[in-house]
Design a binder for this molecule. Structure first.
Ligand code: SF4
Length: 462
């Protein structure tokens, strides 16, 4: 095992993935190299997630496994969101952790490694300095995570919203936006690297720029980014070396403005796709969640977006089993789902989070009732998703190829964000990173299958 090697496991969301990449860059700049085999690394790092119960359990399980397998000349560092909140508790629960660092000062990973290198410590090295908010840019490293021909680009972190069930503001602090020029420079850099899809992420992308005194910051940023990147790529040249897709994740209801909708509709590169977690549809429950409860605004805004972008793909997220949720209120949520017909839906069972404002409400809804409501919601959405996919049969969609094998290729359409949405299975082996026009020939509940448009008999081609 070489002394200057590290192995990093990244858990949780795409924002954590970007922090992991940035920590990796800092270590590489300091002469360390990443090794895929943890037994060959002198420094082991787990970038933890502390969002909700199941995520915390997974983080602890990975740390316990690493601690159990590490040898005497290896150091184990627990980083990220779980340690930001529960550094002491994690170190007490998992023996064998040598260093603890939080998510707000991810860039101090080098200091922790240097401290550990100075010799074995009886106690874990804690690096949890008072930091009012998450530091976005430091150490000259990029705030992106490239995965194949796609890249997550972090535009902000932290959150100023008061959602009662959410621990993220406690973990990350308030919202901090990156300077627009830093983001635009990184988008240009990603394009020069041949990236085809840029996915803009934050805790709340629609709040971008607020702390910088910018109104409609996200709409502004998108306008500059679309102009900055290659002029609208020539439709026929799907493989021109330019970013073809800009995807927006994590929009906050109430902040999807007309300016944002117009910018999305005006720029071919900005995908007609929006992830807008709504969490519920019953006004009393939403008020109790301290979330925007104006359902008329929700209906109007979704209609406006669908009016401006006929191919719009909408993703949202809901929580079932929130304290006090009655069967009638849950039915209101189901009725809303049946009426609006989202393209993509994620659902979580309420997770009791100490320190959040919903703590006082406890966790009264029995686990089996939460499970039963979760299953009913997902079953309803599965039917809607299938019908929407079936309506695409015969249509031609652009597909970003991500893998191939056994005579088939796998990719995503504009309707599919990585890791959370569906896939397109295409006949033939096409190269990863290729963007091809595919005629949809079959639909499943979440996925589609199709054939290369140009492989179709001339008479059938568009
Ligand atoms: S918007 Fe609400 S749910 Fe989302 S990160 Fe902020 S506080 Fe949490």
């Amino acid at each position: 095992m070489s002394k200057n090697t590290f192995h990093l496991v990244s858990l949780g969301c795409s924002k954590n993935t970007v922090d992991s990449e940035s920590m990796g860059q800092l270590l590489t700049k300091s002469g360390y190299s990443f090794v895929a085999d943890p037994s060959q690394a002198s420094i082991l790092i787990v970038n933890t997630c502390g969002f909700i119960g199941p995520a915390k359990e997974e983080s602890l399980a990975v740390l316990e496994e690493m601690a159990a397998q590490k040898s005497a000349d290896q150091y184990l560092i627990a980083a990220g969101c779980l340690t930001q909140r529960y550094g002491q508790e994690v170190a007490q629960q998992v023996s064998g952790i040598d260093g603890i660092i939080g998510t707000r000062r991810w860039m101090d990973i080098i200091d922790v490694v240097k401290q550990l290198r100075r010799g074995k410590h009886p106690e874990p090295v804690y690096h949890l300095p008072e930091a009012p908010q998450t530091v976005m840019d430091q150490g000259g490293v990029r705030r992106v995570a490239v995965q194949g021909s796609s890249a997550y680009l972090k535009i902000a972190d932290g959150c100023r919203r008061p959602c009662a069930f959410c621990a993220i503001p406690l973990i990350k602090g308030t919202a901090v936006s990156r300077p627009a020029e830093a983001i635009l420079e990184e988008a240009r850099h990603l394009q020069n690297q041949g990236v085809k899809e840029i996915i803009l992420i934050a805790q709340d992308t629609t709040d971008y720029g607020h702390d910088l005194g910018i109104k409609n910051g996200l709409a502004d940023l998108l306008t500059k980014m679309a102009a900055d990147l290659q002029q609208e790529p020539i439709a026929s040249d799907a493989n021109s070396n330019g970013v073809r897709w800009i995807r927006i994740m994590y929009a906050f209801p109430g902040y999807v403005t007309d300016q944002l909708i117009n910018v999305m509709a005006a720029h071919q590169q900005v995908l007609p796709y929006l992830d807008i977690p709504l969490q519920h549809a019953d006004p009393r429950v939403l008020r109790s969640m301290r979330r925007p409860a104006n359902m008329e605004w929700v209906h109007k805004t979704l209609e406006k977006m669908r009016g401006k972008m006929e191919d719009l793909a909408l993703r949202t997220t809901f929580i079932v089993g929130y304290p006090g949720e009655t069967e009638e209120e849950f039915q209101t949520l189901l009725d809303f789902l049946a009426e609006v017909r989202f393209d993509r839906v994620g659902a979580f069972q309420f997770s009791f989070e100490p320190g959040t404002t919903s703590e006082e409400l406890g966790d009264p809804i029995p686990a089996e009732v939460k499970q039963e409501r979760w299953e009913r919601l997902m079953a309803l959405q599965q039917g809607i998703s299938l019908e929407k996919n079936q309506a695409l049969v015969g249509k031609t969609l652009e597909v970003l190829i991500e893998g191939n094998g056994d005579g088939l290729s796998m990719g995503r359409t504009y309707r599919d964000a990585p890791e959370i949405d569906g896939l397109m299975i295409v006949e033939g082996e096409h190269s990863p990173g290729e963007m091809i026009q595919v005629r949809v020939t079959d639909a499943m509940a979440y996925d589609l299958s199709g054939i290369l448009e140009s492989d179709l008999p001339i008479v059938n081609q568009n």
